[in-house]
Design a protein around this ligand. Structure first.
Ligand code: ADP
Length: 193
């Protein structure tokens, strides 16, 4: 099973991907997680990405395309994967199509989590408060200013990715405003049909 999850920041892609990862035993490949790991490790990619991420912008396409292309060659991704946070621009979507063609593999589904952007700011504030309560580090980009930039980047650069997959007949939409378990049930129904 090879999936792509689309949706704005805070839509619940990470939560739902983690559940699918468990059910189908395929890895969740989050470019956000990979970039945060690179920042933490201080690799050349991390050094390039740090300030951009903190400001809520998008890291250059060639950087994330390279990361994903290498990552899906790893043995644990042989039988499938969930892409969470990639592709985020039409250029990335086109690059992914080329990569998959070269590797002779196909996507099984592209799932978009549809949510009302007004609730996202509340969700992200809650996520920051929950992390703080648990004594965990708060993501450097989970603050209102960076978050607004992330939403703007989504509207301008990522929303067109949905149109890209719609034109290919691959997009399936799910109501991301429903309760977490309901969203999971909707996704499972889609994947089983
Ligand atoms: P979100 O909660 O906004 O979905 P992620 O954890 O997926 O956040 O990503 C965090 C940040 O990492 C983004 O705001 C962006 O700076 C960078 N990033 C992640 N994936 C990509 C990508 N595919 N292209 C460009 N930048 C990315």
């Amino acid at each position: 099973m090879r999936l792509v999850f689309l949706g704005p920041p805070g839509a619940g892609k990470g939560t739902q991907s983690a559940r699918i990862q468990e059910k189908y035993d395929i890895p969740q490949l989050s470019t956000g997680d990979m970039l945060r790991a690179a920042v933490k490790a201080g690799t050349p990619t991390g050094l390039k990405a740090k300030a951009i991420m903190e400001a809520g912008g998008l890291v250059p396409d060639e950087v994330v395309v390279g990361i994903i292309s290498d990552r899906i060659d790893e043995p644990d991704a042989k039988n499938g994967f969930i892409l969470d946070g990639f592709p985020r621009t039409v250029k990335q979507a086109e690059a992914l199509a080329d990569i998959l063609l070269k590797k002779k593999i196909n996507l099984d589904a592209v799932i978009e989590l549809k949510v009302d952007h007004n609730v996202l700011i509340e969700r992200i504030e809650r996520r920051a408060a929950e992390s703080a309560a648990k004594g965990e580090a708060i993501r450097a980009d989970d603050n209102p200013d960076a978050f607004r930039k992330r939403l703007e980047a989504y509207r301008e650069q990522t929303a067109p990715v949905s149109a890209f997959y719609t034109s290919k007949g691959a997009l399936k939409a799910v109501d991301g405003m429903a309760a977490i378990d309901d969203v999971t049930a909707q996704i499972n129904r889609l994947l089983e049909s």
